[in-house]
Design a protein around this ligand. Structure first.
Ligand SMILES: NC(=O)c1ccc[n+]([C@@H]2O[C@H](COP(=O)([O-])OP(=O)(O)OC[C@H]3O[C@@H](n4cnc5c(N)ncnc54)[C@H](OP(=O)(O)O)[C@@H]3O)[C@@H](O)[C@H]2O)c1
Length: 352
Protein backbone atom coordinates (compact mmCIF):
# COMPACT_ATOMS: atom_id res chain seq x y z
CA UNK A 1 0.00 0.00 0.00
CA UNK A 2 1.39 3.45 -0.88
CA UNK A 3 1.35 5.95 1.96
CA UNK A 4 -0.27 9.36 1.38
CA UNK A 5 2.07 12.23 0.50
CA UNK A 6 3.39 14.33 3.36
CA UNK A 7 2.38 17.96 3.04
CA UNK A 8 5.41 20.30 3.06
CA UNK A 9 5.17 23.55 5.09
CA UNK A 10 5.09 25.69 1.94
CA UNK A 11 3.76 25.15 -1.55
CA UNK A 12 3.76 26.77 -4.99
CA UNK A 13 0.65 28.73 -5.93
CA UNK A 14 -0.39 31.30 -8.52
CA UNK A 15 -1.51 34.30 -6.47
CA UNK A 16 -2.77 37.83 -6.97
CA UNK A 17 -3.19 40.72 -4.54
CA UNK A 18 -5.28 43.18 -6.52
CA UNK A 19 -7.98 42.91 -9.17
CA UNK A 20 -6.84 42.94 -12.77
CA UNK A 21 -6.11 41.00 -15.93
CA UNK A 22 -4.11 37.81 -15.31
CA UNK A 23 -0.95 39.05 -17.09
CA UNK A 24 -0.89 42.11 -14.82
CA UNK A 25 -1.67 40.59 -11.43
CA UNK A 26 -0.92 36.86 -11.33
CA UNK A 27 2.44 35.65 -9.96
CA UNK A 28 3.91 32.24 -9.07
CA UNK A 29 4.69 32.31 -5.33
CA UNK A 30 5.62 30.18 -2.34
CA UNK A 31 2.93 30.34 0.31
CA UNK A 32 2.10 28.29 3.42
CA UNK A 33 0.43 24.94 2.72
CA UNK A 34 -3.08 24.40 4.11
CA UNK A 35 -3.39 23.16 7.69
CA UNK A 36 -4.76 19.71 8.54
CA UNK A 37 -8.45 19.40 7.69
CA UNK A 38 -11.00 19.87 10.44
CA UNK A 39 -14.72 18.95 10.60
CA UNK A 40 -15.90 18.01 7.06
CA UNK A 41 -12.83 19.35 5.25
CA UNK A 42 -10.82 17.38 2.71
CA UNK A 43 -7.17 18.06 1.93
CA UNK A 44 -6.30 17.32 -1.69
CA UNK A 45 -2.95 17.17 -3.50
CA UNK A 46 -3.84 18.89 -6.77
CA UNK A 47 -2.83 17.13 -10.00
CA UNK A 48 -4.59 19.35 -12.57
CA UNK A 49 -6.47 22.62 -12.17
CA UNK A 50 -8.69 24.57 -14.49
CA UNK A 51 -10.92 27.59 -14.63
CA UNK A 52 -13.27 29.26 -17.05
CA UNK A 53 -13.83 32.78 -18.31
CA UNK A 54 -16.20 33.49 -15.40
CA UNK A 55 -13.46 32.78 -12.84
CA UNK A 56 -11.13 35.10 -14.77
CA UNK A 57 -13.76 37.84 -14.58
CA UNK A 58 -13.98 37.42 -10.80
CA UNK A 59 -10.19 37.80 -10.60
CA UNK A 60 -10.45 41.03 -12.58
CA UNK A 61 -13.43 42.48 -10.71
CA UNK A 62 -13.67 41.52 -7.00
CA UNK A 63 -12.06 44.32 -4.93
CA UNK A 64 -8.95 43.54 -2.83
CA UNK A 65 -10.79 44.48 0.38
CA UNK A 66 -13.02 41.42 0.04
CA UNK A 67 -10.16 38.97 -0.44
CA UNK A 68 -6.93 37.87 1.30
CA UNK A 69 -3.56 39.25 0.16
CA UNK A 70 -2.54 36.04 -1.57
CA UNK A 71 -5.69 35.17 -3.50
CA UNK A 72 -5.60 32.13 -5.75
CA UNK A 73 -7.70 31.67 -8.90
CA UNK A 74 -9.00 28.34 -10.23
CA UNK A 75 -12.26 26.50 -9.66
CA UNK A 76 -11.80 22.97 -11.05
CA UNK A 77 -9.38 20.34 -9.79
CA UNK A 78 -8.33 16.75 -9.96
CA UNK A 79 -5.98 15.13 -7.48
CA UNK A 80 -5.52 12.73 -4.60
CA UNK A 81 -7.01 12.94 -1.11
CA UNK A 82 -4.23 13.43 1.46
CA UNK A 83 -6.28 13.64 4.65
CA UNK A 84 -9.84 14.10 5.86
CA UNK A 85 -11.54 15.91 8.72
CA UNK A 86 -13.41 13.76 11.28
CA UNK A 87 -16.86 14.45 9.77
CA UNK A 88 -15.91 14.25 6.08
CA UNK A 89 -18.20 11.99 4.00
CA UNK A 90 -17.45 8.33 4.69
CA UNK A 91 -17.24 7.31 1.02
CA UNK A 92 -14.10 9.47 0.62
CA UNK A 93 -10.79 8.03 1.73
CA UNK A 94 -7.11 8.86 1.81
CA UNK A 95 -5.37 8.06 -1.48
CA UNK A 96 -8.60 8.31 -3.52
CA UNK A 97 -8.34 10.05 -6.89
CA UNK A 98 -11.05 12.71 -7.12
CA UNK A 99 -12.08 15.64 -9.26
CA UNK A 100 -14.45 18.48 -8.66
CA UNK A 101 -15.47 22.09 -8.46
CA UNK A 102 -14.99 24.53 -5.60
CA UNK A 103 -17.95 26.15 -3.87
CA UNK A 104 -18.78 29.71 -4.82
CA UNK A 105 -17.56 31.18 -1.51
CA UNK A 106 -14.09 29.62 -1.94
CA UNK A 107 -13.89 31.03 -5.48
CA UNK A 108 -15.10 34.48 -4.36
CA UNK A 109 -12.65 34.52 -1.44
CA UNK A 110 -9.76 33.71 -3.78
CA UNK A 111 -9.17 30.29 -2.27
CA UNK A 112 -8.76 28.61 -5.66
CA UNK A 113 -7.12 25.51 -7.12
CA UNK A 114 -4.02 26.83 -8.90
CA UNK A 115 -1.76 25.48 -6.15
CA UNK A 116 -0.20 22.26 -4.98
CA UNK A 117 -2.56 21.51 -2.06
CA UNK A 118 -6.11 22.67 -1.44
CA UNK A 119 -8.27 22.13 1.63
CA UNK A 120 -11.97 22.19 0.75
CA UNK A 121 -15.23 21.96 2.62
CA UNK A 122 -17.06 18.78 1.59
CA UNK A 123 -20.33 20.55 2.39
CA UNK A 124 -19.74 23.18 -0.31
CA UNK A 125 -17.53 21.46 -2.88
CA UNK A 126 -18.32 19.03 -5.66
CA UNK A 127 -16.04 16.04 -5.01
CA UNK A 128 -16.39 13.08 -7.38
CA UNK A 129 -14.27 9.90 -7.41
CA UNK A 130 -12.41 9.71 -10.75
CA UNK A 131 -14.28 7.04 -12.72
CA UNK A 132 -12.39 4.12 -14.24
CA UNK A 133 -10.91 4.94 -17.63
CA UNK A 134 -10.41 8.66 -16.93
CA UNK A 135 -6.93 10.08 -16.41
CA UNK A 136 -6.26 12.80 -13.83
CA UNK A 137 -5.61 15.14 -16.77
CA UNK A 138 -9.08 14.46 -18.21
CA UNK A 139 -10.69 14.59 -14.77
CA UNK A 140 -9.19 18.04 -14.18
CA UNK A 141 -11.37 19.38 -17.01
CA UNK A 142 -14.66 17.97 -15.75
CA UNK A 143 -15.75 19.87 -12.61
CA UNK A 144 -17.57 22.90 -14.04
CA UNK A 145 -18.72 21.18 -17.24
CA UNK A 146 -20.36 18.21 -15.48
CA UNK A 147 -21.84 20.31 -12.67
CA UNK A 148 -23.34 22.67 -15.24
CA UNK A 149 -24.73 19.71 -17.23
CA UNK A 150 -26.40 18.49 -14.02
CA UNK A 151 -27.76 21.96 -13.17
CA UNK A 152 -29.04 22.54 -16.71
CA UNK A 153 -31.01 19.26 -16.51
CA UNK A 154 -32.26 20.18 -13.03
CA UNK A 155 -33.32 23.78 -13.78
CA UNK A 156 -34.52 22.87 -17.28
CA UNK A 157 -36.47 19.87 -15.91
CA UNK A 158 -34.92 17.51 -18.43
CA UNK A 159 -35.86 14.00 -17.32
CA UNK A 160 -34.37 10.68 -18.43
CA UNK A 161 -35.89 9.49 -21.74
CA UNK A 162 -37.12 13.03 -22.43
CA UNK A 163 -37.41 12.46 -26.18
CA UNK A 164 -36.74 16.19 -26.67
CA UNK A 165 -35.49 18.01 -29.72
CA UNK A 166 -32.67 20.18 -28.32
CA UNK A 167 -30.60 23.05 -29.72
CA UNK A 168 -27.23 23.86 -28.13
CA UNK A 169 -25.92 27.27 -29.14
CA UNK A 170 -22.15 27.19 -28.61
CA UNK A 171 -21.77 23.41 -28.58
CA UNK A 172 -17.98 23.10 -28.82
CA UNK A 173 -16.89 24.86 -25.60
CA UNK A 174 -16.52 23.39 -22.10
CA UNK A 175 -20.19 23.50 -21.06
CA UNK A 176 -21.65 23.07 -24.56
CA UNK A 177 -19.64 19.94 -25.41
CA UNK A 178 -20.55 18.28 -22.09
CA UNK A 179 -24.22 19.18 -22.45
CA UNK A 180 -24.44 17.75 -25.99
CA UNK A 181 -23.32 14.40 -24.57
CA UNK A 182 -25.63 14.73 -21.57
CA UNK A 183 -28.64 15.54 -23.77
CA UNK A 184 -27.98 12.40 -25.81
CA UNK A 185 -27.66 10.38 -22.58
CA UNK A 186 -30.97 11.83 -21.33
CA UNK A 187 -32.67 10.40 -24.40
CA UNK A 188 -33.03 13.49 -26.58
CA UNK A 189 -34.51 12.60 -29.96
CA UNK A 190 -32.39 15.16 -31.75
CA UNK A 191 -29.50 17.39 -30.65
CA UNK A 192 -28.50 20.24 -32.96
CA UNK A 193 -25.33 22.16 -32.11
CA UNK A 194 -24.07 25.50 -33.41
CA UNK A 195 -20.33 25.89 -33.75
CA UNK A 196 -17.70 27.21 -36.14
CA UNK A 197 -17.05 25.02 -39.19
CA UNK A 198 -13.74 23.53 -37.93
CA UNK A 199 -15.53 22.17 -34.83
CA UNK A 200 -18.38 20.50 -36.70
CA UNK A 201 -16.90 16.97 -36.77
CA UNK A 202 -15.95 17.24 -33.10
CA UNK A 203 -19.53 18.14 -32.07
CA UNK A 204 -20.99 15.38 -34.24
CA UNK A 205 -18.64 12.87 -32.57
CA UNK A 206 -20.14 13.92 -29.24
CA UNK A 207 -23.52 12.74 -30.52
CA UNK A 208 -25.07 15.78 -32.17
CA UNK A 209 -27.42 14.87 -35.00
CA UNK A 210 -26.55 18.01 -36.90
CA UNK A 211 -24.30 21.07 -36.57
CA UNK A 212 -24.90 24.57 -37.87
CA UNK A 213 -22.06 26.92 -38.70
CA UNK A 214 -23.34 30.14 -37.10
CA UNK A 215 -20.98 32.25 -39.20
CA UNK A 216 -21.98 31.13 -42.69
CA UNK A 217 -25.65 31.02 -41.64
CA UNK A 218 -25.86 34.44 -39.99
CA UNK A 219 -28.13 35.73 -38.66
CA UNK A 220 -28.62 32.47 -36.83
CA UNK A 221 -32.16 33.21 -35.64
CA UNK A 222 -33.37 33.78 -39.22
CA UNK A 223 -31.71 30.54 -40.36
CA UNK A 224 -33.30 28.59 -37.50
CA UNK A 225 -36.74 30.06 -38.20
CA UNK A 226 -36.39 28.96 -41.83
CA UNK A 227 -35.16 25.44 -40.98
CA UNK A 228 -37.14 24.62 -37.84
CA UNK A 229 -40.45 26.54 -37.95
CA UNK A 230 -42.38 23.33 -38.62
CA UNK A 231 -40.37 21.13 -36.21
CA UNK A 232 -39.62 23.40 -33.29
CA UNK A 233 -37.27 22.58 -30.43
CA UNK A 234 -38.43 21.59 -26.94
CA UNK A 235 -35.36 23.04 -25.28
CA UNK A 236 -32.60 25.49 -26.18
CA UNK A 237 -29.36 25.80 -24.24
CA UNK A 238 -27.50 29.01 -25.05
CA UNK A 239 -23.90 29.00 -23.82
CA UNK A 240 -23.14 32.19 -25.75
CA UNK A 241 -25.81 34.50 -24.30
CA UNK A 242 -27.47 35.74 -27.47
CA UNK A 243 -30.42 37.99 -26.65
CA UNK A 244 -31.34 37.96 -30.35
CA UNK A 245 -31.67 34.17 -30.21
CA UNK A 246 -34.12 34.46 -27.29
CA UNK A 247 -36.11 37.39 -28.73
CA UNK A 248 -36.74 35.42 -31.92
CA UNK A 249 -37.17 32.01 -30.27
CA UNK A 250 -40.95 31.68 -30.93
CA UNK A 251 -39.90 30.98 -34.54
CA UNK A 252 -38.09 27.73 -33.57
CA UNK A 253 -38.92 26.95 -29.90
CA UNK A 254 -42.25 25.26 -29.04
CA UNK A 255 -44.82 27.25 -27.09
CA UNK A 256 -44.26 25.25 -23.89
CA UNK A 257 -40.50 24.98 -24.53
CA UNK A 258 -37.67 26.40 -22.43
CA UNK A 259 -34.82 28.72 -23.34
CA UNK A 260 -31.99 28.33 -20.82
CA UNK A 261 -29.07 30.73 -21.01
CA UNK A 262 -25.76 30.36 -19.15
CA UNK A 263 -23.54 32.58 -21.30
CA UNK A 264 -22.55 36.21 -21.50
CA UNK A 265 -20.19 36.24 -24.50
CA UNK A 266 -22.44 38.37 -26.70
CA UNK A 267 -23.64 41.02 -24.25
CA UNK A 268 -21.07 41.07 -21.44
CA UNK A 269 -21.81 40.55 -17.74
CA UNK A 270 -23.84 43.68 -16.90
CA UNK A 271 -26.16 43.64 -19.92
CA UNK A 272 -26.67 39.88 -19.51
CA UNK A 273 -27.84 40.47 -15.92
CA UNK A 274 -30.30 43.11 -17.16
CA UNK A 275 -31.55 40.72 -19.88
CA UNK A 276 -31.91 38.00 -17.24
CA UNK A 277 -34.28 40.17 -15.18
CA UNK A 278 -36.23 41.51 -18.16
CA UNK A 279 -36.54 38.13 -19.93
CA UNK A 280 -37.78 36.53 -16.71
CA UNK A 281 -40.21 39.20 -15.49
CA UNK A 282 -41.24 41.44 -18.42
CA UNK A 283 -44.90 40.57 -19.09
CA UNK A 284 -45.87 39.18 -22.47
CA UNK A 285 -48.74 41.66 -22.75
CA UNK A 286 -46.10 44.43 -22.64
CA UNK A 287 -44.14 42.85 -25.48
CA UNK A 288 -42.12 40.23 -23.57
CA UNK A 289 -41.04 37.19 -25.59
CA UNK A 290 -43.68 34.48 -25.10
CA UNK A 291 -41.21 31.72 -24.19
CA UNK A 292 -39.97 30.54 -20.78
CA UNK A 293 -36.50 31.94 -19.99
CA UNK A 294 -34.22 30.45 -17.35
CA UNK A 295 -30.85 31.61 -16.15
CA UNK A 296 -29.17 30.64 -12.89
CA UNK A 297 -25.96 31.21 -11.06
CA UNK A 298 -24.22 27.85 -11.17
CA UNK A 299 -22.75 26.68 -7.90
CA UNK A 300 -21.28 23.40 -6.80
CA UNK A 301 -23.91 21.02 -5.40
CA UNK A 302 -22.09 18.25 -3.52
CA UNK A 303 -25.14 15.97 -3.83
CA UNK A 304 -24.79 15.94 -7.63
CA UNK A 305 -21.66 13.80 -7.26
CA UNK A 306 -23.50 10.46 -7.74
CA UNK A 307 -25.36 11.68 -10.85
CA UNK A 308 -22.11 12.94 -12.39
CA UNK A 309 -20.16 9.78 -11.50
CA UNK A 310 -22.87 7.63 -13.12
CA UNK A 311 -22.93 9.77 -16.29
CA UNK A 312 -19.19 9.26 -16.73
CA UNK A 313 -18.85 5.71 -15.42
CA UNK A 314 -21.55 4.43 -17.79
CA UNK A 315 -19.58 5.83 -20.73
CA UNK A 316 -22.14 8.51 -21.56
CA UNK A 317 -19.69 11.41 -21.56
CA UNK A 318 -16.01 11.88 -22.32
CA UNK A 319 -13.64 14.68 -21.39
CA UNK A 320 -12.19 16.94 -24.07
CA UNK A 321 -8.88 18.55 -23.17
CA UNK A 322 -7.71 20.73 -26.04
CA UNK A 323 -4.41 21.44 -24.32
CA UNK A 324 -2.66 20.67 -21.02
CA UNK A 325 -0.28 23.38 -19.86
CA UNK A 326 2.53 22.99 -17.35
CA UNK A 327 2.18 24.78 -14.01
CA UNK A 328 4.68 27.48 -14.96
CA UNK A 329 2.67 28.15 -18.15
CA UNK A 330 -0.55 29.15 -16.34
CA UNK A 331 -0.53 32.61 -17.94
CA UNK A 332 -0.47 31.05 -21.43
CA UNK A 333 -3.38 28.80 -20.39
CA UNK A 334 -5.37 31.84 -19.28
CA UNK A 335 -4.52 33.65 -22.54
CA UNK A 336 -6.06 30.73 -24.40
CA UNK A 337 -9.20 30.63 -22.22
CA UNK A 338 -9.65 34.39 -22.77
CA UNK A 339 -9.92 33.84 -26.54
CA UNK A 340 -13.32 32.07 -26.01
CA UNK A 341 -12.27 29.67 -28.75
CA UNK A 342 -11.28 26.63 -26.68
CA UNK A 343 -12.62 23.29 -27.85
CA UNK A 344 -13.69 21.55 -24.63
CA UNK A 345 -11.35 22.74 -21.88
CA UNK A 346 -7.72 23.49 -21.19
CA UNK A 347 -6.12 22.23 -17.96
CA UNK A 348 -3.02 23.21 -16.00
CA UNK A 349 -0.80 20.42 -14.72
CA UNK A 350 0.16 21.11 -11.12
CA UNK A 351 1.75 17.74 -10.33
CA UNK A 352 0.88 14.11 -10.88
N1 LIG B 1 -24.10 30.44 -15.02
C1 LIG B 1 -22.98 29.88 -14.55
O1 LIG B 1 -22.84 29.63 -13.40
C2 LIG B 1 -21.87 29.54 -15.52
C3 LIG B 1 -20.97 28.50 -15.26
C4 LIG B 1 -20.01 28.17 -16.23
C5 LIG B 1 -19.95 28.91 -17.39
N2 LIG B 1 -20.82 29.95 -17.56
C6 LIG B 1 -20.79 30.78 -18.77
O2 LIG B 1 -21.22 29.96 -19.83
C7 LIG B 1 -20.58 30.37 -21.03
C8 LIG B 1 -19.92 29.18 -21.66
O3 LIG B 1 -18.89 28.70 -20.80
P1 LIG B 1 -17.81 27.71 -21.34
O4 LIG B 1 -16.86 27.45 -20.23
O5 LIG B 1 -18.47 26.57 -22.02
O6 LIG B 1 -17.12 28.62 -22.43
P2 LIG B 1 -15.92 28.28 -23.37
O7 LIG B 1 -15.50 26.88 -23.19
O8 LIG B 1 -14.90 29.35 -23.22
O9 LIG B 1 -16.59 28.45 -24.81
C9 LIG B 1 -15.75 28.48 -25.90
C10 LIG B 1 -16.57 28.08 -27.08
O10 LIG B 1 -17.54 29.10 -27.37
C11 LIG B 1 -17.82 29.01 -28.75
N3 LIG B 1 -18.32 30.29 -29.23
C12 LIG B 1 -17.76 31.50 -29.05
N4 LIG B 1 -18.57 32.43 -29.64
C13 LIG B 1 -19.61 31.75 -30.20
C14 LIG B 1 -20.78 32.14 -30.94
N5 LIG B 1 -21.01 33.39 -31.24
N6 LIG B 1 -21.65 31.18 -31.32
C15 LIG B 1 -21.44 29.88 -31.02
N7 LIG B 1 -20.35 29.45 -30.33
C16 LIG B 1 -19.45 30.39 -29.92
C17 LIG B 1 -16.50 28.62 -29.40
O11 LIG B 1 -16.85 27.72 -30.39
P3 LIG B 1 -16.41 27.90 -31.92
O12 LIG B 1 -14.94 28.18 -31.90
O13 LIG B 1 -16.80 26.59 -32.52
O14 LIG B 1 -17.20 29.06 -32.39
C18 LIG B 1 -15.71 27.91 -28.29
O15 LIG B 1 -15.59 26.52 -28.55
C19 LIG B 1 -19.61 31.49 -20.63
O16 LIG B 1 -20.22 32.74 -20.87
C20 LIG B 1 -19.43 31.29 -19.15
O17 LIG B 1 -19.11 32.48 -18.46
C21 LIG B 1 -21.77 30.27 -16.67
Amino acid sequence: MTSPPTVPPTMKAWTFSRPGAHRQVLRLNDIPSPKNPIEAQVLIKVAYASLDGGAMKLMAMVPSLLRPKDSIPGSDFSGTIVSLGPSAPSHLHVGMAVFGLLGISATLKGSGTLREYVCVSAAETLIVPVPEGFSLEEAGSLGTATEMAYLICKHGQIQQDCGYRILVNGSSGGCGSMFVQTAVAMGAKEVVGTCSAPNSDFVKQLGATRTIDYRSNAPLHAYLAKEYSDQKFDFILDTVGSQELYNNSPGYLKEGGTFLNIGDFTSGTLLTLIHWILNTYWPKWLGGTPRKYIMFSGKAEPTSSDWIFKLLQEGNAKATVEKAFNFDQALEALDMIATKRVRGRVVIKVAE
